[in-house]
Design a protein around this ligand. Structure first.
Ligand code: MN
Length: 251
């Protein structure tokens, strides 16, 4: 099984090393292609207004001076011309990717890029929340989460989003398949300051994000101490609105 690994926190991120350990137990044909620098919040961005460079860091280890999407796409176009990967794993992200984090997340977007190419893909994130436990839960639980996912055929243009709770590995209560929850970033914290040349600047914070721990959601599962497993689809069509909108446009 050929596996491509990436990580939106960059090739040198601690979570990248954790994922490399996990993948080494799954296959001996593991490749890394990740952004050279941290790209959290990059979403599904593809760099079009400047070139990107591919750097080799060792056998089957590469970085790209671009986004997580750049890294995966360039790997497909340049590194895997002969044989595409059978699986793409993105993570382990330092911090959770739950609910409406999805469209902001470089971690999940890298997995989306693989799903668009018809390759099974899993995004993996470790909630931290000042737990002091680091990647312990991911390290201990990843193999148990990945085995059934790898053994299940995925529907086209879908991927799986996995989040590990901010707990010691032995305090994780199990694995829950959950639906996507709800986040509202419009009222989050904002740091305001003045730069050395006297101009105001703003810096988006991630505190005070409004969310609800609705039953059956990924947010609830991780908050309750479970590993959440959420299947996602890239077809964002809201099917229930098609009829209503079509009526508005009817002649
Ligand atoms: Mn990140």
């Amino acid at each position: 099984m050929r596996i491509l690994l990436t990580n939106d926190d960059g090739i040198h991120a601690p979570g990248m090393a954790v994922l490399e350990e996990i993948a080494a137990a799954l296959s001996d044909d593991v490749w890394v292609c990740a952004p050279a620098e941290e790209n959290s919040g990059a979403g599904h961005s593809l760099t079009l207004n400047m070139p990107v460079r591919l750097r080799e860091h060792g056998a089957r280890r590469f970085s790209v001076t671009g986004t997580p999407t750049d890294a995966v796409n360039l790997a497909f176009r340049k590194l895997f011309r002969e044989k595409m990967p059978d699986l793409v794993l993105s993570g382990i992200n330092a911090g959770e990717n739950l609910a409406d984090d999805i469209t902001y997340s470089g971690t999940i977007s890298a997995a989306m890029e693989a799903a668009l190419a018809g390759i099974p893909a899993v995004a993996l994130s470790q909630a931290l929340r000042d737990s002091g436990q680091g990647f312990a839960a991911a390290r201990e639980w990843a193999a148990r989460v990945l085995a059934p996912i790898i053994g299940t055929p995925m529907a086209k243009r879908t991927l799986v989003n996995v989040n590990f709770p901010a707990r010691a590995a032995e305090e994780v209560r199990g694995i829950r398949v959950a639906r996507q929850g709800f986040h509202d970033y419009s009222r989050g914290s904002l740091v305001e300051g003045t730069d050395p040349r006297g101009r105001p600047y703003f810096w988006f914070g991630l505190d005070d994000i409004e969310h609800t721990l609705d039953h059956g959601t990924d947010l609830e599962a991780v908050n309750d101490g479970y590993v959440s497993v959420t299947p996602l689809q890239l077809d964002l069509t809201h099917h229930a609105s098609i009829g209503t909108l079509a009526e508005r446009f009817a002649p």
